[in-house]
Write a protein that binds this ligand. Sequence first.
Ligand code: FES
Length: 97
Amino acid sequence: MANRPFQLTLNGQSVGPVDIPDDLPMIDYLHEYKNLTGSRLGCGQGICHACVVIVDNADGTSEEVRTCITGAHYFEGKKCGPSKVMRAAMSRARSPR
Ligand code: FES
Protein backbone atom coordinates (compact mmCIF):
# COMPACT_ATOMS: atom_id res chain seq x y z
CA MET A 1 0.00 0.00 0.00
CA ALA A 2 1.26 3.47 -0.87
CA ASN A 3 1.89 6.32 1.51
CA ARG A 4 0.35 9.76 1.15
CA PRO A 5 1.05 13.03 2.99
CA PHE A 6 -1.29 13.74 5.87
CA GLN A 7 -1.83 16.71 8.16
CA LEU A 8 -4.43 17.78 10.69
CA THR A 9 -4.91 19.76 13.87
CA LEU A 10 -4.81 17.38 16.80
CA ASN A 11 -5.68 18.59 20.29
CA GLY A 12 -5.11 22.16 19.13
CA GLN A 13 -1.68 21.53 17.58
CA SER A 14 -0.87 21.37 13.90
CA VAL A 15 0.57 17.99 12.91
CA GLY A 16 2.35 17.12 9.68
CA PRO A 17 2.53 16.82 6.85
CA VAL A 18 3.78 13.27 7.36
CA ASP A 19 3.59 10.32 4.98
CA ILE A 20 1.33 7.55 6.25
CA PRO A 21 -0.15 4.47 4.58
CA ASP A 22 -3.36 4.96 2.61
CA ASP A 23 -5.17 2.31 4.64
CA LEU A 24 -3.96 3.24 8.15
CA PRO A 25 -6.89 3.35 10.62
CA MET A 26 -6.99 6.54 12.68
CA ILE A 27 -6.74 4.65 15.96
CA ASP A 28 -3.44 3.13 14.79
CA TYR A 29 -2.18 6.58 13.79
CA LEU A 30 -3.08 7.97 17.23
CA HIS A 31 -1.53 5.07 19.12
CA GLU A 32 1.51 4.25 17.00
CA TYR A 33 2.51 7.59 15.50
CA LYS A 34 1.40 10.02 18.23
CA ASN A 35 1.42 7.82 21.37
CA LEU A 36 -2.08 9.12 22.16
CA THR A 37 -3.92 6.23 23.78
CA GLY A 38 -6.96 8.00 25.21
CA SER A 39 -9.07 6.55 22.41
CA ARG A 40 -9.33 2.90 23.36
CA LEU A 41 -9.58 -0.05 21.04
CA GLY A 42 -12.65 -1.94 22.17
CA CYS A 43 -14.66 -3.92 19.66
CA GLY A 44 -12.73 -2.73 16.61
CA GLN A 45 -15.97 -2.93 14.62
CA GLY A 46 -17.62 0.45 15.15
CA ILE A 47 -20.06 -0.74 17.81
CA CYS A 48 -18.81 0.20 21.29
CA HIS A 49 -17.62 3.83 20.72
CA ALA A 50 -14.53 3.34 22.93
CA CYS A 51 -12.39 4.83 20.17
CA VAL A 52 -14.42 7.98 19.43
CA VAL A 53 -12.80 11.37 18.82
CA ILE A 54 -14.53 14.67 18.08
CA VAL A 55 -14.01 16.38 14.74
CA ASP A 56 -14.77 20.11 14.58
CA ASN A 57 -16.12 21.02 11.16
CA ALA A 58 -15.56 24.31 9.36
CA ASP A 59 -19.29 25.16 9.66
CA GLY A 60 -19.11 25.17 13.47
CA THR A 61 -20.66 21.75 13.95
CA SER A 62 -18.83 18.79 15.37
CA GLU A 63 -19.13 15.07 14.89
CA GLU A 64 -18.09 11.94 16.71
CA VAL A 65 -15.93 9.67 14.59
CA ARG A 66 -15.09 6.05 15.44
CA THR A 67 -11.37 5.81 14.79
CA CYS A 68 -11.27 2.01 14.62
CA ILE A 69 -13.26 1.95 11.38
CA THR A 70 -12.16 5.27 9.89
CA GLY A 71 -8.97 5.75 7.95
CA ALA A 72 -6.57 8.43 9.13
CA HIS A 73 -6.81 10.22 5.77
CA TYR A 74 -10.47 11.01 6.51
CA PHE A 75 -9.08 13.50 9.05
CA GLU A 76 -6.93 15.30 6.46
CA GLY A 77 -6.96 19.03 7.21
CA LYS A 78 -9.52 18.65 10.00
CA LYS A 79 -9.45 19.57 13.68
CA CYS A 80 -9.93 16.75 16.09
CA GLY A 81 -9.65 16.09 19.80
CA PRO A 82 -10.89 13.94 22.61
CA SER A 83 -14.56 12.99 23.02
CA LYS A 84 -16.72 14.48 25.78
CA VAL A 85 -16.23 11.35 27.86
CA MET A 86 -12.46 11.62 27.51
CA ARG A 87 -12.53 15.37 28.24
CA ALA A 88 -14.51 14.71 31.43
CA ALA A 89 -12.09 11.98 32.51
CA MET A 90 -9.10 14.24 31.79
CA SER A 91 -10.72 17.07 33.77
CA ARG A 92 -11.41 14.78 36.73
CA ALA A 93 -7.81 13.53 36.61
CA ARG A 94 -6.51 17.13 36.76
CA SER A 95 -8.87 18.29 39.54
CA PRO A 96 -7.57 18.28 43.11
CA ARG A 97 -9.63 16.08 45.41
S1 FES B 1 -13.38 0.18 19.21
FE1 FES B 1 -15.52 -0.14 19.36
S2 FES B 1 -16.34 1.40 18.05
FE2 FES B 1 -14.20 1.59 17.80
